[in-house]
Design a protein around this ligand. Structure first.
Ligand SMILES: [Fe+2]
Length: 214
């Protein structure tokens, strides 16, 4: 319980440092839980996946502003810095020993089904099912969000792209459930109520309540 509160404090730090990543993480968490429900995962599994999704990019708070907020193309060195964020996230969470499963899910969220991901290049069932779901939700939300060089993609275009990556980037079983969920209840541009992200709303510092109306 204590460690869940510490995780919530980390989330507030993320919100203070980088609104965009915080809001992305909140949407990704909603998508992950929706998919986990479709797949019949237990409520404990759903809880771990939700927390992993909320904190999956916490390691990005360690990136310098010029990289974190860069709107143009990243240089090779900058990209290398960014690709260390799963490990950085895990090292931030290391003292929270009861969250070891959550940390492992986070560590694997950029692994790809065909083994071409990072940091370890593991493949298929070697990747935790929660991480395979998180990878789908992460990509889907990135596609449905505004980018400096393009507007948000429509649901049909995001779905088509995900379908083209099934068996390559994404797990076929998780993708089936995920796409079924998205097509029946599109979450594009979905912004979850803040109370869902922070159930202990009264404890939240007022000046942190900026950005999307949650
Ligand atoms: Fe990430």
């Amino acid at each position: 319980m204590m460690e869940r509160s510490a995780a919530e404090a980390l989330l507030l730090a993320l919100e203070a440092r980088d609104q965009e990543t915080f809001q992305h993480s909140a949407r990704v968490a909603e998508l992950c839980v929706g998919c986990a429900v479709k797949m019949g995962m237990s409520s404990d599994e759903q809880d771990d996946l939700r927390l992993a999704a909320l904190l999956h990019d916490i390691g990005k708070i360690g990136l310098p502003d010029r990289v974190l907020h860069k709107s143009g193309k990243l240089t090779r060195n900058e990209r290398q810095l960014v690709t260390h964020h799963p490990e950085m996230s895990v090292s931030i969470l290391t003292p929270l020993r009861t969250l070891s499963r959550v940390s492992e899910i986070i560590l694997q969220h950029h692994e790809k089904f065909d083994g071409t991901g990072y940091p370890r290049g593991i493949r298929a069932e070697e990747i935790l099912i929660e991480s395979r779901i998180l990878a789908l939700a992460d990509s889907y939300d990135a596609l449905s969000s505004m980018r400096p060089y393009r507007g948000p993609l429509r649901v049909a275009s995001s779905v088509a792209w995900i379908k083209s990556q099934v068996g390559r980037q994404f797990c076929p079983v998780a993708a089936l459930a995920f796409l079924d969920m998205v097509e029946t209840a599109p979450h594009s541009n979905f912004c979850p109520p803040r109370a869902q992200v922070f159930p202990g709303e009264e404890r939240v510092v007022p000046q942190l309540r900026t950005g999307c109306e949650i």
